[in-house]
Design a binder for this molecule. Structure first.
Ligand code: A2P
Length: 341
């Protein structure tokens, strides 16, 4: 059986990876509809050797579509996802528009695939920094329970879309050429102040909330609760943007409920789906964004006991934010649905 697939935001950083992933995974695509803003209409994209033309995303674009993968910003999803559902499509939405809506399953296939079947047309893809963290923590959550997480992120600029990538490249060139650095997009496109991203580290991802945490940080709190179905986990995040193009890294400190054996932790992580352990200090082997780029896995290394807390564990978690953090997680959900039909 073949499925008609629409990609909304087909010209964006994530949309392009969605198309590539559908091709790489040999997803049973019947008709493929590539949708974006009027600015991109007519742009040509190759998929499996065939040329497709980008069309404007409109309510009628979803006639006959089985799966609609959205990554064109929250307001587009709010407007067009219900139109797609009305026309019979299942929406897999990469934006934050519906993530915290109680009826909408928030899915990471390695963690809570059983929730997929509860959807009413829309399934949400979590935030990229949440996805890689919960994949790494799932085996530990199941074995020992988790009381507390303290996480600091080192996030790539592609999380801010193609404009984030372009901003860092332009600024890096400017610095190396001794020219004036002009920030155009980062840290937050919608806010007036721009900061230098090249050769810098910026502790702001998305806007700040009343409690002093950024929206990105609060996503890591709220989405982690929803995905594990556990409101009791104490999550303390600090989200930082660094001058990397693709691949987020996270220093994760966990306090478990039950005590753990470090060798068993290592084994659980090695056996868990979607995880590759790279942790050989003698050989200087540990995960890094540059090696995760272009792959679907979540990499875990620097596995070590805390110096003070008897149930404290430190991990270093790396993954390609536009693949497992977005495009691959979305296609993976679609694959699950196809397999369970
Ligand atoms: P376009 O390239 O035509 O602007 P990114 O996250 O990399 O910035 O990508 C955002 C994606 O969302 C792009 O594909 C962009 O298309 C798309 N997009 C932006 N605004 C709209 C809109 N009004 N309708 C449909 N797609 C949109």
């Amino acid at each position: 059986e073949r499925y008609n697939v629409a990609v909304v935001g087909a010209t964006g950083a994530v949309g392009q990876k969605m198309i590539e992933t559908l091709e790489k995974r040999d997803f049973p695509v019947g008709e493929l509809r590539l949708l974006a803003s009027p600015r991109s209409v007519g742009q040509q994209v190759t998929f499996k050797g065939q040329t497709y033309t980008v069309q404007e995303a409109r309510p009628e674009s979803f006639e006959g579509i089985d799966f609609a993968l959205f990554s064109a910003g929250g307001s587009i999803s709010e407007k067009l996802a219900p139109e797609a559902v009305e026309r019979g499509a299942v929406v897999i939405d990469n934006t934050s528009a519906f993530r915290m809506v109680p009826e909408v399953p928030l899915i990471v296939p390695e963690v809570n695939p059983h929730m997929i079947s509860q959807h009413r047309g829309i399934i949400a893809n979590p935030n990229c920094s949440t996805i890689q963290m919960v994949v790494a923590l799932k085996p530990l959550y199941d074995a020992y329970g988790i009381e507390r997480i303290i996480v600091s992120t080192y996030q790539a600029v592609s999380g801010a879309g193609q404009k984030g990538v372009d901003d860092l490249l332009d600024q890096t060139r400017a610095v190396l050429n001794g020219e004036e650095v002009v920030g155009k997009h980062l840290p937050v496109g919608s806010q007036p102040k721009k900061h230098q991203m090249a050769f810098n580290a910026v502790p702001q991802i998305d806007v700040f909330e009343e409690n002093g945490f950024s929206k990105e940080e609060m996503k890591m709190v709220n989405e982690t609760h929803k995905i594990f179905g556990d409101q009791e986990i104490q999550v303390t995040p600090t989200a930082v943007r660094i001058p990397v193009l693709y691949g987020h890294a996270e220093a994760v400190y966990v306090e478990t409920e039950k005590s753990f054996d470090l060798e068993e932790v290592r084994q659980l992580l090695e056996q868990a789906p979607g995880i590759k352990v790279i942790d050989n200090l003698k050989e200087q082997e540990y995960p890094m964004p540059a090696m995760a780029e272009g792959t679907n896995d979540v990499y875990v290394g620097r596995i070590r006991r805390d110096l003070y807390h008897p149930r404290g564990l430190n991990l270093w978690v790396v993954s390609d934010n536009v693949l497992k953090g977005a495009a691959w997680n979305a296609v993976q959900i679609a694959e699950y649905m196809v397999k369970s039909k």
